[in-house]
Design a protein around this ligand. Structure first.
Ligand code: HAM
Length: 425
């Protein structure tokens, strides 16, 4: 036998059964953002490598070691998108959607990062994201956080996620803080690990993110970002907190939350859970007021977030919060005799026309009646509709209940439509 070809490591198939959960999740996401007036934006999966280098930052995990970068046949360096924010800004700039305008966008789709795969972390994963432009005040930061809180409520997982927020301040304030932090790190250099030593000069704020407990112990004495915030950023953060308080959204201020991408300023936030093991961040985002300009547009503030859909689906499954899933067939049509097998699909078309939303699966592939009923049993359907010569002649159909102990009945066509209507809800 020929050797089977396997999927690329960290890139998963999504199979029937699970796709239904995804569809339900996607449906709730779409409806929720629509209820806030957000519009969908779609953009390519492949972009110029420079886009990500210039936005996410040269000294970040994503750009240093995780991008799927390749040369195309014209010799251009292209990258499979590792995230959506930079792409959204590129699309907004290129299509004149940002300057002097207010925009609320959402997007959904695959992203690619060459990370070490584990539960909740994949090389192809899916994000649902929101990006807003043209609004500098904290009301919009609060709005997108409220939107996420509503999503957890709708999914029934509010009690399993918690919100962490922080402010990174203005670029100038961060530069001042950076100097103070570097001075501190230099004076403790012998206690740092190799990664932190390397980052200390190239991207010192990321040292705060270190997962190494020894480094974290040293950092307890480090200067705090919150002590270096500029007045405007402080006021912005205070206003955000007031708005979250007023809306009853609970949060923890996490001083060492700095995020792994360089474009952020002021507000950053993450929704984290203990239900997923090591990969506990379900949703993350923040403000990026300098990014539009940095990518060649006119200065326009922006704030947004993205959530990992694999993580969300895993959570829903593990916490048994998936809820009802619509069965993929309500009715299985079985036939007896050649004429009935020709007429049944035609009648099925009529049923689909007349009973809106009804899912009708018609037996195909021949076989005797017993085999057909076995298939009906294996399908999701709750009733089998049986057409034989006699039924055809009299304009009736026999209804066999597949999931309950109920006598089968032979009814007229009009009656069967009424009976089937009840199955579509
Ligand atoms: P991020 O923190 O890199 O931010 O990713 C956002 C979310 O995507 C994470 O919290 C996680 O749920 C999910 N995620 C990231 N990497 C993986 C992976 N390898 N496997 C599975 N899920 C993953 C961003 O991407 C920013 N663009 C978010 C943003 C939007 N900020 C402002 N607007």
């Amino acid at each position: 036998m020929a050797k089977q070809i396997q999927a690329v490591r960290g890139m998963n198939d999504c199979l029937p059964g699970t796709t239904q959960v995804w569809q339900k999740v996607e449906d709730i996401l779409r409806k929720t953002v629509a209820s806030y007036g957000y519009q969908e934006i779609r953009f390519p999966i492949v972009e110029s490598t420079d886009l990500f280098k210039r936005s996410i930052g040269e000294v970040t995990d994503i750009v240093e070691k995780e991008m799927y970068t390749f040369e195309d046949r014209s010799g251009d360096s292209l990258t499979l998108r590792p995230e959506g924010t930079a792409v959204c800004v590129r699309a907004g700039n290129q299509n004149g959607l940002l300057y002097n305008q207010e925009q609320r966008f959402w997007y959904m789709g695959p992203m690619f990062r060459h990370e070490r795969p584990q539960k909740g972390r994949y090389r192809q994963f899916h994000q649902f994201g929101v990006e807003t432009f043209g609004i500098a005040s904290a009301d919009i930061d609060a709005e997108i956080i409220l939107l996420t809180a509503r999503l957890w409520e709708t999914f029934g997982i509010s009690q399993y996620v918690r919100l962490e927020i922080n402010s990174l301040g203005s670029n100038e304030a961060r530069a001042q803080y950076r100097d103070a932090l570097v001075a501190f790190l230099e004076s403790h250099i012998e206690q740092l690990d190799e990664d932190s030593k390397r980052r200390m000069h190239s991207n010192p704020l990321r040292v705060l993110d270190s997962k190494n407990p020894d480094v974290q112990a040293v950092l307890e004495q480090a200067p705090k970002l919150s002590e270096h915030l500029d007045d405007e950023s402080q006021a912005h953060f205070k206003n955000l907190c007031e708005r979250l308080d007023a809306a009853g959204v609970e949060y923890q201020v996490n001083d060492s939350l700095v995020r792994g991408l360089d474009y952020y300023n002021r507000t950053v936030f993450e929704w984290v859970t203990d239900s997923l093991g090591a990969q506990g961040t379900v949703c993350a985002g923040g403000r990026y007021d300098g990014l539009v300009e940095q990518l060649g547009g006119k200065a326009t503030p922006g704030v947004g977030f993205a959530m990992g859909l694999e993580r969300l689906v895993l959570m829903l499954q593990e916490l048994e919060c998936v809820g009802d899933i619509r069965r993929n067939a309500d009715v299985y049509v079985a036939t007896m005799g050649d004429e009935a097998s020709i007429q049944a699909p035609v009648i099925a078309e009529q049923l689909r026309n007349e009973v809106s939303g009804l899912r009708v699966m018609v037996h195909a592939g021949g076989g005797n009646f017993k085999k057909q009923l076995k298939r009906a049993d294996k399908s999701d359907a709750v009733v089998a509709l049986i057409f034989g010569e006699e039924e055809l002649a009299q304009g009736t159909v026999t209804v066999k209940y597949l999931r309950e102990q109920k006598e089968q009945v032979t009814v007229s066509f009009d009656e069967v439509k009424i009976l089937l209507q009840a199955l579509t809800v």
